[in-house]
Design a binder for this molecule. Sequence first.
Ligand SMILES: Cc1cc2nc3c(=O)[nH]c(=O)nc-3n(C[C@H](O)[C@H](O)[C@H](O)COP(=O)(O)OP(=O)(O)OC[C@H]3O[C@@H](n4cnc5c(N)ncnc54)[C@H](O)[C@@H]3O)c2cc1C
Length: 294
Amino acid sequence: MSKLLLIAFSPAEAEAASGFAQSFGMPFDLLCLTGSAPAVGAEKATEANLEAIPPADGLGTALAAQSTEYSHVAAMSSMKAKDVLPRMAALLDAAMVSDVIATPAKNQYQRPYAAGAAIATVEVTSDKTVMTIRPAGFPQGEPNPNGSTEATSLDITSKAEVTQAAQASGGRPDLTQAKVVVSGGRPLKDAATFEELIGGLADHLGGAAGATRAAVDSGIASNELQVGQTGKIVAPDLYIAAGISGSTQHMAGIKDSKVIVAINTDGDAPIFESADFGLVMDLFDAIPELKSKL
Ligand SMILES: Cc1cc2nc3c(=O)[nH]c(=O)nc-3n(C[C@H](O)[C@H](O)[C@H](O)COP(=O)(O)OP(=O)(O)OC[C@H]3O[C@@H](n4cnc5c(N)ncnc54)[C@H](O)[C@@H]3O)c2cc1C
């Protein structure tokens, strides 16, 4: 029987991916790994009540064991899902499709490739499909009561061990789920300036801070803030790019943003080709002025 299992690493992910699950065209169950399962219209919602997300090897094996009866398994595209779901696909002998943005026909999936410069339509011929999805491509989910909710305990045995976990974002929302993202590039000079200007504006707007790889490689911003092809994929309502040239690799991570605002001293910078609003201005003047006016 065709049935989808939606795996959510958090309740917020379940809500974000619910539009996909509701429009996918088959009944679905929800497995929420942490927190309470929100009302997204699942036939059955299961809560694993994990205190933290375990290493990918053990979690992938445990989740594969929970997924045997499903024809399709999906999770929202995230760094964690990208670690865990391909392991599940291998264990389930399933096809793996990453970063799905649309499902044009049965067994067909669209996904960006070449840093988002092209869209591939992938046809799956195997019985089982495991996928990560980018929710921005799907309709907004409607709150809907779940059929039933129960608790489950995952049997997780891992060869890896988490020795330390650090949260550098100072309580800011998760980049991949934030409604507002303020990102900074190479001109930010150092970590303190980045935190004052980019972090400060992000806090002002209740958003997350992001960075380019150039800023990360220069030690201006920490690694987990990198947005782009080899960083995080974001889909906020508002993306503010300050001192960012707009490389293909950076743009691959922000394509799904609803409104892009660029602040750059160079009026010919490629970022202006994709920006909805552009400010040709020095960010060291523009950001304090923006903050004072907001
Ligand atoms: C395989 C591969 C993967 C990559 N993955 C990623 C990725 O995931 N994410 C990513 O971001 N990059 C990635 N890159 C790097 C990417 O190619 C660019 O080098 C990088 O995005 C450039 O970052 P930047 O815009 O901060 O710096 P720059 O390209 O140096 O641009 C800085 C911009 O700031 C402007 N500027 C300068 N001073 C000011 C000022 N005072 N006020 C306002 N504007 C100012 C300049 O006009 C310029 O446009 C990848 C590269 C490769 C090869």
